[in-house]
Design a protein around this ligand. Structure first.
Ligand code: SF4
Ligand code: SF4
Length: 353
């Protein structure tokens, strides 16, 4: 429940009464009638190589994406699902690395009338794109991912000048006031001690909300037990063991001070002290229940419908071929939900959903 309140406070324009009416169906059937949110990994191309990225963090950048879902099949999918009014989230890779991304966004927002959220690294937004997005209010929320300030950020994303580029674009967006901006970061050993300054810096720049996400890591042992088939790239979020106690204590104190000083900073998920110590202490007892797969799904860059981004091998359907609502309510999908729930998979124990 505290996750739901956090979500509503972070994205108030996504709130509607459907959440309550669907709640009854959810309790009876174990899933909603239609997905609340559809999360596109719209491309796996990206111009950065973040240490914090579960897909590209090994340093291998993807410059092309074979069989990327095309505009027409994305459009048909959005039209077919639009009457159920899901929130549509676009992430990647880097969405703006796709040449036709503005067209996709226009289809979702203007043609289908859907609520949208775009998650970007903010480096590829030229003036023209900024003017179009702000002027036409092409998205309800623009979430810009940053990991620290100036050179420290550049070091994490592996590209010199990335911070200055993104900051320049944030300043333009703040001035135009066309979209609601959220700066998003991930708690890491590399930035934990700088997060107070980070939050203060962007609030001072006129950004209204900051989101700090907990890290979705798994341990080497857990990775082996799962036969390595989770999406986490080796060398990124696969940890040798637990975080050291000094880090856990300091990070908890930092988050406490930030919560006190800045009410517009949101920590996702909002863990209690016990949950926080269990999460970073790699305590297997910290595994929680997944609600996400019962109300939302992901779409891979190739247009495959998958239950979540960490189960990209579990392909349940294909946009442009399968009726999304029939698929969502199918026996196959139900079975997948049951298997994931019963499986107690390692990545589910530290998931931000
Ligand atoms: S910008 Fe996003 S997709 Fe690109 S490398 Fe960084 S975290 Fe990964
Ligand atoms: S990682 Fe597990 S808990 Fe998280 S959304 Fe996926 S299935 Fe659910």
């Amino acid at each position: 429940m505290k996750n739901l309140f956090n979500y509503i406070k972070l994205y108030p324009s996504f709130f509607n009464w459907k959440i309550f009416s669907e709640g009854a169906f959810f309790s009876a059937w174990g899933h909603t009638r239609a997905p609340f949110s559809v999360n596109f990994q719209i491309t796996d191309k990206c111009n950065l190589k973040c240490k914090a990225c579960s897909f590209f963090g090994s340093g291998e950048r993807s410059s092309s994406c074979a069989n990327e879902a095309d505009l027409e099949s994305i459009r048909n999918f959005l039209l077919s699902i639009s009457k159920y009014k899901p929130v549509v989230s676009f992430g990647g890779g880097e969405p703006f690395a796709r040449g036709d991304f503005l067209e996709i966004l226009k289809t979702a927002k203007k043609e289908c009338g859907l609520k949208t959220i775009v998650i970007t690294n903010g480096t590829l937004l030229g003036d023209e794109t900024i003017n179009i997005i702000s002027g036409s209010k092409l998205t309800d929320y623009l979430v810009i991912s940053l990991y620290n300030l100036y050179e420290k950020h550049d070091e994490i994303v592996g590209v010199k000048g990335a911070f200055e580029k993104t900051l320049g674009n944030i300043r333009k967006l703040v001035k135009l006031r066309g979209v609601e901006l959220i700066v998003s970061t991930v708690l890491m050993e590399e930035n934990a001690r700088d997060l107070e300054r980070f939050a203060g810096f962007f609030l001072n720049e006129g950004v209204k909300k900051i989101k700090i996400e907990h890290q979705n890591f798994i341990t080497e042992k857990e990775h082996e037990a799962f036969n390595g088939s989770a999406v986490f790239c080796p060398g990124t979020f696969i940890k040798k063991g637990r975080f050291d106690e000094q880090f856990i204590k300091e990070a908890w104190d930092v988050l406490g001070r930030i919560r006190k000083a800045y009410p517009s900073v949101f920590v996702k998920p909002p863990l209690s002290r016990k949950e926080f110590y269990g999460w970073y202490g790699a305590d297997p007892a910290a595994a929680g229940k997944c609600h996400f797969i019962k109300h939302s799904f992901f779409i891979s860059p190739r247009g495959q419908i998958i239950p979540c981004q960490y189960f990209n091998n579990c392909v349940l359907g294909q946009i442009g071929r399968d009726d999304p609502i029939r698929l969502w309510n199918s026996m196959n999908y139900r079975k997948a939900r049951e298997i994931i729930e019963r499986g107690s998979f390692a990545m589910c124990s530290r998931c931000c959903k």
